[in-house]
Design a protein around this ligand. Structure first.
Ligand SMILES: *Cc1c(COP(=O)(O)O)cnc(C)c1O
Length: 226
């Protein structure tokens, strides 16, 4: 467990950096901070809540379930940001996250939609784009993203698509990371007429760059728990 002052200092620093980056884009450019709890324990999530943080992300259904149950009394907004195995779809629907950020194929969308239909439920989701084109990363190829997005809109009436998510290229080369963010932003921008409002990109190592490329939601873990 980190002490509260340490967490406060880290959170303040992250919020300050987000502010600087977003104001450089435009004073009207608003960025949401989703803090990612996967490296930390539930106590630190509670402490972040006490410090004013409300939106939290988890990349495992099991952990998301445990934490939503344990922190049920707090008014938190939960995001699912990990790879979803098909056998966990029902569980995720029951958890009812605020936003499922990681639909990484049409196939997964169809499977989620079918379960939602059966349960008479809907879910807010993002389409994950593999703009870094890395084998190790999930997501649809950038050149197919727009078509897949529109196909989900047409075929999956229980999925409420809100935009796109991507993980920046895993390299020290800022130009390459920037290129992957710019590509995601372009796709997001082209989908705004289809109702896309969320462009989720940027993590501890690259959130300022992501914001300068148009991100309006950053997912930050390790920078808070160092
Ligand atoms: C872990 C994770 C993050 C946060 O990563 P940090 O680099 O620790 O900020 C963001 N997005 C996804 C999808 C993750 O799995």
């Amino acid at each position: 467990m980190l002490d509260k002052e340490r967490l406060r200092k880290n959170l303040d620093e992250v919020i300050w950096n987000i502010e600087q980056a977003r104001i450089a884009v435009s004073e009207h450019h608003i960025v949401k901070l989703v803090t990612v709890g996967k490296y930390t324990d539930i106590k630190n999530i509670e402490t972040l809540y006490e410090l004013g943080q409300r939106a939290f992300g988890e990349n495992q259904v099991q952990q998301l379930e445990e934490r939503t149950v344990a922190l049920e009394a707090l008014p938190l907004e939960w995001h699912f940001i990990g790879t979803l195995q098909k056998n966990k779809i029902n569980k995720l629907i029951d958890i009812d996250p605020f936003l499922m950020q990681s639909i990484d194929s049409l196939d997964l969308a169809l499977a989620i939609d079918e379960r939602l239909e059966r349960k008479e439920r809907t879910m807010n989701c993002l389409l994950q784009i593999n703009s870094a084109r890395e084998e190790s990363k999930s997501g649809v190829p950038p050149e197919e993203a727009k078509d897949i997005y529109q196909e989900i809109l047409e075929r999956c009436s229980n999925i409420k698509l809100k935009g796109v998510m991507s993980i920046g290229a895993h390299t020290e080369d800022q130009a390459i990371v920037q290129e992957s963010f710019e590509q995601t932003y372009q796709i997001y921008d082209s989908l705004q007429p289809d109702g896309a409002t969320v462009c989720s990109m940027g993590m501890s190592g690259d959130y300022e760059l992501a914001i300068s490329c148009g991100s309006n939601l950053v997912r930050i873990g390790s920078a808070l728990f160092k």
